[in-house]
Design a binder for this molecule. Structure first.
Ligand code: RB5
Length: 145
């Protein structure tokens, strides 16, 4: 599995924690930035992550900003992206099983590092359930035109 990470300045510390988790899980990842604490614009980091996941260069993406909201809104503008902003483990599991989310957005100012790690572990180890959910996800794709 290949995972790509991105954050703005509001998500840089949590992103670092998630890198430790991915290393622990033996999952290879790339980091699209940002790599500094200067104020940056989250769409600049959501876009390359979303484009690379949509192009199949990476299987899944994880975006972190202050709330996860800006990142998710930006990522969902890219065709083929289903980005879910999540702050609990149940939603993390559902976003994979039912919605086949291919990007997870987290808010560093919303979830603590331990909860975020549990969310990511759950999200990365849950498979899409297919069946009736595939029909619904196909209908989402039809909305993209
Ligand atoms: C940056 O201050 C903040 O707006 C950003 O990290 C994110 O929360 C936006 O949704």
């Amino acid at each position: 599995m290949r995972v790509i990470l991105g954050s703005d300045h509001g998500g840089i510390h949590l992103k670092q924690e998630l890198k430790f988790l991915l290393e622990e899980m033996g999952i290879s990842y790339a980091d699209e930035g940002c790599n500094c604490t200067d104020s940056v614009d989250y769409p600049d980091y959501a876009a390359p992550v979303a484009q690379k996941v949509a192009a199949g260069e990476y299987d899944l993406g994880i975006l972190v900003c202050g709330t996860g909201i800006g990142m998710s809104i930006a990522a969902n503008k890219v065709k083929g992206i289903r980005c879910a902003v999540v702050s609990d483990e149940f939603s993390a599991r559902m976003s994979r099983e039912h919605n086949n989310a291919n990007i997870l957005a987290l808010g560093e100012r919303v979830v603590g590092p331990d909860l975020a790690k549990s969310i990511v572990r759950t999200w990365l180890t849950t498979e899409f359930a297919g069946d009736r959910h595939a029909r619904r996800v196909d209908k989402i794709a039809q909305l993209e035109g």
